[in-house]
Ligand binder design. Sequence first.
Ligand SMILES: [Cu+2]
Length: 195
Amino acid sequence: MADVPSTPQQPLSDGIVPEDIVARTENRWLVVMVAMLGVMMAIIVVTGIAGALHPSSNVEIVDPLSLHLQGEFVESNLGTALEPDGTATVRIIAGQYDFIPNCIQVPTHTPVKFRLTSPDVVHGFLLPSTNVNTMVVPGFVSEVRTSFPAAGEYQMPCNEFCGLGHHAMWAHVTAVPKERFANLTPLERTSCAAR
Ligand SMILES: [Cu+2]
């Protein structure tokens, strides 16, 4: 009688797990989760303090408050421009909650340079099936280079949570054959007008 524990240590034959075993397992999970949280927080703090948090490419500073007034990101300069050397440069502003412009045509078989910045909060710029994936940080210009081997349409989601309208922040990039692109008007290059 004296050696019989008050609660059984193994699952009972009817499949019910004793209360103290459940409590012990949950406590272990709690310790593991808190430890993981601690490690992740430590990584963020250490990398932040060490100055290692920065735009993924091309550290180039721009004033987010005067984007619309002066410099390369004024409205008339946004969209796709052909450079004298035959390459293309696409300038985009990512703001809550849209890309400006949100419809972009680019030529195929041409080096394309995307230059983006944000006037408000951190956004993301991702073209599925390409090497294009960057953060867009206010105060910095993010630059990504790529080329499009085939004509096609790419959905362009914002992939950094930027607020309540984030889920609706999508745009389109359409790669059009190089010869056809040359004949597009400036408006068609920078809008969905041609579609
Ligand atoms: Cu977003």
